[in-house]
Design a protein around this ligand. Structure first.
Ligand SMILES: [Zn+2]
Ligand SMILES: [Zn+2]
Length: 364
């Protein structure tokens, strides 16, 4: 179960007797041998100094962005994967300084053969780190619907790519419910800089001004009665998240979900990898671009209203989660999925969503 991703190519091999080039000395402590070269700066560090620097940078992200006030009760969205594992571990180390308390919240989507193993990883972490854990299940929250049941009812297409998008909508809702259940004041998720850059790129390529307008900054302030959300690893690269997990000896679950990832995200990921090869700062530059983005007044989407059923932010009568569940419960999953898909991908109301992102920019 304790699977790990392969180490990035920036880690030095250690203990190799006939290594041609010995690793340099750590540029921070000047004592230990360096174990890695930081992807962005090229700085050679030992594992301990790297982990300390990584934690200090997350602390800076949280403090500079005023993401978590003192006394906050923080629900950590825990999936058992590398990002949320690293996030929980770093915040646990920083909790005394930040004066926050942590509660792990895991979502059981009801995906046979995948979720059980991932949840076992979360349970192991909670026990090892003595953090409270609450598991909320789609089945309980959504009137008996598991993700497998949703997939079965979607036009016989099996584990189709659109499942990933719907699951994202439901997971967001489930995490919100779980966080409320444990009395949390804030929600944190493990999204790293690479995830953020992919999302920004996708929104640009789709010309989704509405999402670009909401996607900047280090989180959402909790509009429409939702709990404030933030992403403390938003400026940390995927490579460094893997390196941190390696040097802190964190065990996580690293299998891909059985449902194919959203197709378009895969294209954005490939494109980003090529951009990064030519310009190592491309990922972070994109994240910062989204933060600084300002939309012209005419391009700004209208302020969303409240879902008539649950009160969450919605650009139509029902929010995405309620619209999806409504279709499923009425026995019209195909209709719900077909209509839902368009709404999910192009959330801004008609007439506005055709504004190309580039036209909407006034400053960068
Ligand atoms: Zn060192
Ligand atoms: Zn709703």
């Amino acid at each position: 179960m304790a699977l790990r991703a392969a180490l990035p190519d920036v880690a030095f091999c250690t203990g190799e007797a006939n290594s041609a080039m010995p690793a340099p000395t750590c540029a921070s402590c000047h004592t230990a041998r360096a174990n890695l070269r930081r992807p962005r700066s090229g700085q050679a560090l030992c594992g301990t100094c790297f982990c300390n620097a990584f934690e200090a940078e997350v602390l800076h992200t949280v403090l500079a962005g005023r993401l978590l006030p003192r006394g906050a009760v923080v629900a950590v969205g825990a999936s058992g994967g590398k990002d949320s594992t690293v996030l929980a571990h770093v915040l646990r180390a920083l909790a005394p300084q930040l004066d926050i308390s942590l509660h792990l919240v895991a979502v059981d989507e009801g995906i046979g053969g995948y979720r059980d193993a991932a949840l076992a990883a979360v349970r192991h972490q909670a026990a090892r780190w003595e953090l409270p854990l609450t598991v909320v299940a789609y089945e309980d929250l959504f009137g008996g619907w598991t993700m497998d049941a949703v997939a079965r009812s979607t036009a016989g297409s099996g584990r189709s790519r659109s499942c990933c998008t719907f699951c994202g909508v439901l997971r967001r809702r489930a995490l919100e419910e779980g966080a409320r259940l444990v009395g949390a004041t804030h929600i944190v998720t493990g999204h790293n800089a690479d995830d953020m850059a992919e999302t920004v790129l996708m929104n640009f390529l789709r010309g989704d001004a509405g999402r670009l307008a909401r996607g900047g900054g280090l989180g959402s302030p909790g509009e429409g009665g939702a709990l404030p959300r933030c992403r403390p690893l938003q400026l940390a690269s995927q490579k460094e998240v893997v390196l941190y997990a390696h040097f802190r000896r964190l065990h996580y679950f690293s299998e891909e979900c059985v449902y194919a990832p959203e197709a378009f995200r895969g294209h954005a990921r490939d494109l980003l990898k090529r951009l990064e090869a030519a310009r190592p700062s491309a990922v972070l530059d994109l994240v910062h671009s989204a933060e600084r983005l300002a939309l012209a007044p005419t391009a700004r989407p209208p302020r969303p209203g409240a879902c008539s059923r649950c009160g969450a932010l919605a650009s139509r009568a029902l929010c995405q989660a309620c619209a999806l569940l409504d279709g499923l419960n009425r026995g019209l999953p195909r209709l719900a999925i077909g209509k839902g898909r368009r709404e999910l991908e192009e959330e801004a109301p008609r007439g506005r969503r055709s504004v190309p992102a580039a036209d909407a920019l006034t400053a960068f």
